[in-house]
Write a protein that binds this ligand. Structure first.
Ligand code: CA
Ligand code: CA
Ligand code: CA
Length: 217
C-alpha cells in the first residue's frame, strides 16, 4: 500500500516532468534575400520532446487577430537542447545557415509586421508580438528586413514581454548577402537552464517522509 502510494506520487511527478517538456519560440527572421527570404522562426527544446506534433504555429498578419488555432503543426522529435527551424522556403534558408529547415510552411511567411502564436495541445503556449488588431509597422515589434531573438533563460510566455527579446531596428539586414545575414543573426545561440534537480530531490524526500510517517502508525 505504502509502496503503491509512493509509486503513484513518483509517477505523477514523472508525468508532470514530461508535461513540462517544453518548446520555446526563440527567433524570428525576415531576411534580406530574394522575396524577403529567409523568413523563418527558431524554436528550442528545454527537454526531450518525442512527438513535436503536439505543437504548431499560427501566423496572424498585419492588423488581423488570432483565431486561436494551429495553422501548421510541427513534426518529428527533439532532444533537450535541440533547435527546430521552420521556414517559408528552403533554398535561401539553406544558403544562409548551411543546413535545411526542419519544416517548410507559408505560416512563417511574415514580413516583419506580423504576429506568431505557438500552441501546445491546442492551447496557447508562446507568442511573438501578440498585437491583435494592430499592424506592427512602426511599433517596437516592427522587424521588417530584420530579426528578433529571445533573451537566454526566458520563455515560453503566453503574454508578450518585449524585455524578453532582443529586437533589432527595421531594415537592419538590408543589403546583406547570405554570409552577411548568417553573421548578423544569432540563431543557434539561445540557452536555457536545465530542469532544476533540487525540486525532484525535495519531492523524493517528501515521498520518503510520507512513507516513514505512515509506517509509524
Ligand atoms: Ca505583414
Ligand atoms: Ca498584430
Ligand atoms: Ca528594407
Amino acid at each position: 500500500m505504502i509502496k503503491k502510494l509512493g509509486f503513484a506520487v513518483l509517477a505523477a511527478f514523472v508525468m508532470a516532468g514530461t508535461a513540462s517538456a517544453d518548446l520555446i519560440l526563440t527567433g524570428i527572421l525576415d531576411g534580406p534575400l530574394t522575396n524577403g527570404t529567409p523568413k523563418a522562426i527558431e524554436l528550442y527544446a528545454t527537454a526531450d520532446i518525442p512527438d513535436l506534433s503536439i505543437y504548431g504555429v499560427e501566423l496572424v498578419s498585419n492588423a488581423g487577430s488570432s483565431a486561436g488555432v494551429v495553422e501548421t503543426a510541427f513534426s518529428g522529435s527533439l532532444l533537450a537542447g535541440d533547435y527546430y527551424y521552420v521556414a517559408s522556403e528552403a533554398p535561401n534558408f539553406t544558403s544562409v545557415f548551411g543546413f535545411a529547415p526542419d519544416l517548410i510552411t507559408g505560416d512563417v511567411g511574415h514580413n516583419g509586421d506580423d504576429d506568431l502564436y505557438i500552441y501546445e495541445n491546442g492551447v496557447l503556449h508562446d507568442v511573438w508580438s501578440g498585437s491583435d488588431g494592430v499592424d506592427n509597422t512602426g511599433t517596437t515589434t516592427d522587424i521588417l528586413d530584420s530579426w528578433a531573438y529571445r533573451v537566454d533563460n526566458t520563455g515560453p510566455s503566453t503574454t508578450f514581454d518585449a524585455s524578453e527579446w532582443t529586437i533589432t531596428e527595421p531594415n537592419s539586414l538590408d543589403g546583406l548577402d547570405a554570409a552577411g545575414t548568417n553573421a548578423a543573426v544569432p540563431f543557434g545561440t539561445f540557452t536555457a537552464a536545465a530542469i532544476p534537480e533540487p525540486s525532484s530531490i525535495a519531492l523524493l524526500g517528501l515521498i520518503g517522509l510520507a512513507g516513514a510517517t505512515r509506517r509509524r502508525k
